[in-house]
Design a protein around this ligand. Structure first.
Ligand SMILES: NC(=O)c1ccc[n+]([C@@H]2O[C@H](COP(=O)([O-])OP(=O)(O)OC[C@H]3O[C@@H](n4cnc5c(N)ncnc54)[C@H](OP(=O)(O)O)[C@@H]3O)[C@@H](O)[C@H]2O)c1
Length: 226
């Protein structure tokens, strides 16, 4: 019988993170989920899913969570948590708190979480980060969402630096774009449902297990320019 694979989804209280937990669980994975805040319809309602509280911007909490996860081998670590940043999205209007919040949450904390849990990743595992096509510097022809874009571009840069350091291990390191998805962040007019996005993302992950591949892809497997 094939061994059950284990995934840790960070930032799974709602939206695409929660969708990933549901999809992976339905596909037979053993799933551990972290949530910053409680949602009555969150991952704790799904039988078999182990849930831990975690605010990824709280360095003490991340360290303590990593200690708790000691001895927990992972086939997938997916850091999904993210925020849109202030509505004005303007460099000239942003105050220190807004700048710190969006860059810390979207770019720095995801890498800190990954680095502190890297010892848990099995050889052949996938380390995935929720990026966005908006983080593509080359693809940015339209502007808009400027602070969010910059934070995801910074995330992509952090991912590539870390991937270079991990190149002596057999781990696939992926920056993934989920599509434009109907969530609190994506809005009601977004064309892609949470389940469509999550199923596509899981398919991309499954495809790259054991490959040690590095890259920036969308949920349908299309490569995106950095
Ligand atoms: N929706 C889209 O169209 C789209 C497109 C491209 C990329 N993305 C990316 O996909 C990811 C998920 O987005 P979504 O659409 O599912 O958004 P969402 O519905 O707003 O959910 C965001 C999730 O991130 C969590 N989170 C935010 N800050 C956190 C922190 N400091 N610590 C732990 N968890 C935190 C939230 O937890 P709380 O419930 O506690 O707030 C929530 O679970 C984000 O990284 C986003 O940038 C989304």
């Amino acid at each position: 019988m094939p061994q059950t694979k284990t995934a840790l989804i960070v930032g799974a209280s709602r939206g695409i993170g929660l969708g990933l937990v549901k999809t992976l669980r339905d596909q037979g994975w053993s799933v551990i989920a972290t949530v910053r805040s409680e949602n009555p319809e969150g991952p704790h309602t799904l039988p078999g899913v182990e849930v831990h509280p975690l605010d990824i911007t709280n360095q003490f909490a991340v360290k303590s969570f990593a200690e708790q996860m000691h001895n927990q081998p992972l086939d997938l670590l997916f850091v999904c948590a993210g925020i849109a940043g202030p509505q004005h999205q303007s460099a000239s209007n942003a105050d220190d708190h807004e700048i710190l919040d969006v860059f810390q949450t979207n770019a720095i904390a995801p890498l800190s979480v990954a680095q502190q849990l890297s010892g848990n990743l099995k050889e052949g595992a996938v380390l995935a980060f929720m990026s966005s096509v908006m983080g593509s510097v080359e693809g940015n022809q339209s502007g808009g969402m400027e602070l969010y874009r910059a934070s995801k571009a910074a995330l992509n840069s952090m991912i590539r630096s870390y991937a270079a350091r991990l190149s002596n291990r057999k781990i696939a390191v992926l920056a993934l774009h989920p599509g434009w998805v109907r969530t609190a962040m994506g809005g009601e007019q977004a064309p892609v449902s949470v389940s469509e996005s999550a199923e596509g993302l899981v398919a991309q992950i499954e495809k790259r297990q054991g490959s040690a591949q590095q890259g920036f892809f969308d949920y349908l497997g299309e490569s995106i320019a950095w």
